[in-house]
Design a protein around this ligand. Structure first.
Ligand code: CYT
Length: 263
């Protein structure tokens, strides 16, 4: 399986660290959701800064480390701090955690993000299981033309069932990718709604495409941190995104932990 050249040094460095060989799942943590790492038992931490060729995120609410450890005896790797195209990273660089996961033979991936609701029946704090995506920039799948099945419908139902067994109601829907970094205009949100989008955000999509190409099984969950522009008339700011993530991070962690065991 072909990984981009810039990952060679990253993987070489990590392989010297004698990481466990049986890591079952990788978790990519979205804005404000980094505290999931507090749940990891016996954490072994590597700062992105210490890894040669590793991108380092500059966004508030994003840490810069990967953590290897266990969740209920399941070995996992978590990425706290992700990479956005609007920070100046190439689309390929934004998928770095996927390449690392593949190189470490991890075959399950759980992706999370903070997103704005376009669907007016959603509420702030909802968890939305992503069933499909819309790209506003069709160059984001870096390699090859093949259309992969990047999200399997039966997984969406299973993830929702796993959450509902915990007493948590989830939404499901289509995630609209925008490049950012600025929030969308009112007219854009109206347009995206007409296109069939339920939520909007600035990440996840390249990771999903690359994970599919590399044959990882993916689940993707959006935390609805705000209603998107024009839905309520409130002004958007990154503080609201972080406050909602703070209020909902424990339920998010419960779902991810259950997914690690059962997905
Ligand atoms: N919210 C968000 N748009 C939004 O409204 N978290 C990303 C993009």
């Amino acid at each position: 399986m072909e990984l981009p050249d810039f990952t060679d040094e990253i993987i070489h460095y990590l392989k010297q660290k004698e990481l466990p060989s049986n890591i079952e799942a990788a978790v990519i943590l979205g804005s404000g959701l980094g505290t999931f790492t507090d749940h990891i038992e016996n954490p072994f931490l590597v700062s992105y800064e210490d890894i040669p060729s590793m991108p380092v995120s500059s966004v508030e609410g994003h840490d810069g480390k990967l953590i290897i450890g266990k969740i209920n005896d399941h070995p996992i790797i978590a990425f706290s701090g992700r990479f956005h195209h609007y920070e100046g990273f190439s689309f390929e660089q934004t998928a770095t955690p996927v390449y690392i996961s593949k190189a470490l033979d991890v075959n399950k991936l759980i992706i999370s993000n903070a997103a704005g609701a376009i669907n007016t029946s959603f509420s702030v704090g909802d968890l939305m299981v992503i069933e499909d995506v819309i790209r506003n920039n069709l160059s984001i799948a870096p390699r090859g033309r093949k259309q992969h099945r990047y999200l399997h419908h039966q997984y969406v139902n299973r993830i929702r069932k796993i959450a509902s067994d915990l007493g948590l109601i989830t939404q499901q829907g289509t995630y609209m990718y925008v490049t950012g970094p600025n929030y969308e205009t009112k007219a854009e949100i109206r347009a995206f709604r007409t296109m069939g989008a339920d939520a909007v955000g600035m990440s996840t999509t390249t990771e999903l495409f690359e994970a599919a190409r590399l044959e990882l099984k993916s689940a993707a969950i959006s935390l609805i941190t705000n209603m998107s522009t024009g839905v309520t008339g409130d002004k958007l700011d990154h503080k609201e995104v972080k406050a909602t993530a703070d209020a909902r991070k424990e339920d998010f962690a419960r779902v991810v932990k259950a997914l690690i065991q059962k997905f």
